[in-house]
Design a protein around this ligand. Structure first.
Ligand code: PMP
Length: 384
């Protein structure tokens, strides 16, 4: 790309309904957000439990900032690993039932870390076709042979595993697919990992906090194996920022020693780890939050299905209404915005060509009335 090619490329994106613009929020996340001075019912964030603005998290951050200041100041290995980081790692590992965990400044960095630390030249990595972009980027960056299997197709994966020569193998999947809301067949994947002597790396960004009594998809499936590595982000249901990888202690030690996106980046502010500890307390103490958001999800499935709207099957807070054409998705999102709703249009390359959609994110902060109002408008605007 040369400098004078950028204008034409941007114009081409705009011509295809693929130009992206950011909305600026002027409030906290919650059932309602303020955008451009106007209040909108918010169905766009991943704040599934409504914790991003919870008083207990705000109090914990405030206390920790007074004690530790704001910036982490250095990478974890140099001088940036604080007491709240250490406590949060122990608490998170205990919460999901693993020996140890390692904190990362973001889920993207965690995915880069694990895959590049465990797979390299001569190895092979296997990823679901609908994996999150950060898993795909990590697989590319690892320099291992990268094979993608058809979405949730265990037979296709078994075929690729048996026909790909490799020193070591790693299978990487989302537990809950971020743009569809459906789930990976975790037990079948672990069986294949055992059979082909592979690691199974599970990104539970959208299940943690919501499924398995909040402990996530792997806990819900009761899976345990030394070859199983779990990751969850802390910027979604947990309401904070960052991510953690949970696994056997030796895997965590290997990441701390070898993962470049862990070693060469500044530690997240310690106050955020204090917020994570508070978030775990709220998840334990306010189970109604996950019950409520899951009930809203089944309400949405039932009502949209009855209205003939093309909602993808999902029991999770991720509810995808597929519209097909990118411009139609933009038009419907704009019409909803005018009527008081913030719902994002998700277009290629985030989703496959021809499957542009509205991605409705539900939250424990929503009331049934909020959701019913949206369902009523979708029944009109998003019908085939
Ligand atoms: N994995 C999945 C499945 C995600 O949806 C996301 C965030 N959208 C990430 C990883 C990246 O996490 P983070 O935003 O913390 O970088």
């Amino acid at each position: 790309m040369k400098p004078d090619e950028i204008d034409a490329a941007l114009a081409a994106l705009a011509g295809r309904g693929l130009f992206r613009q950011r909305q600026t929020l002027e409030s906290a996340q919650g059932a309602n957000v303020v955008v451009g001075g106007r209040s909108r019912i918010a169905f766009a964030s991943n704040d599934y439990l409504g914790l991003a603005n919870h008083p207990a998290l705000i109090a914990a951050v405030t206390r920790a900032v007074r004690h530790y200041g704001v910036g982490g100041g250095a990478s974890h290995l140099v001088a940036g690993h604080f007491a709240p980081h250490e406590e949060a790692e122990t608490a998170l590992a205990g919460f999901v039932g693993r020996e140890a965990s390692v904190l990362f400044s973001s889920g993207y960095l965690a995915n880069l870390a694990v895959i590049t630390a465990l797979a390299g030249r001569g190895d092979a990595v296997f990823g679901d076709k609908l994996n999150h972009a950060s898993l795909n980027d990590a697989c590319q960056l690892s320099r291992a042979t990268f094979r993608r299997f058809r979405h949730n197709d265990l037979d296709h994966l078994a075929h690729l595993l048996s026909t790909t020569e490799a020193a070591g193998r790693l299978i990487a999947v989302d537990a809950v697919y971020s743009m569809d809301g459906d789930e990976a067949p975790l037990a079948g994947l672990l069986e294949l990992a055992e059979r082909f002597d592979a690691w199974l790396y599970v990104d539970d960004a959208h299940g943690f906090g919501v499924l398995g009594d909040g402990r996530g998809s792997l806990a819900e499936a009761s899976l345990a194996s030394p070859r199983l590595i779990g990751m969850a982000t802390l910027g979604k249901a947990a309401g904070v920022s960052g991510a953690f990888v949970a696994a056997d202690r030796r895997v965590c030690q290997w990441l701390v020693n070898r993962a470049r996106s862990y070693i060469y980046t500044t530690a997240s502010p310690p106050a955020l780890s204090a917020a994570v500890l508070a978030s775990l307390e709220v998840m334990r103490g306010e189970p109604w939050r996950r019950g409520h958001v899951l009930a809203l999800a089944s309400r949405m499935q039932r009502e949209l299905g009855a209205a003939g709207v093309a909602v993808l099957p999902s029991r999770t807070p991720v509810q995808a209404v597929v519209l097909g054409d990118a411009r139609r998705a933009l038009d419907v999102a704009a019409a909803l915005f005018d009527e008081g709703f913030q719902v994002p249009a998700i277009r290629p390359p985030t989703v496959p060509e021809g499957t542009a959609r509205l991605r409705v994110s539900l939250s424990a902060a929503h009331s049934e009335q909020d959701v019913d109002r949206l369902i009523g408008r979708l029944a009109v605007l998003a019908s085939p």
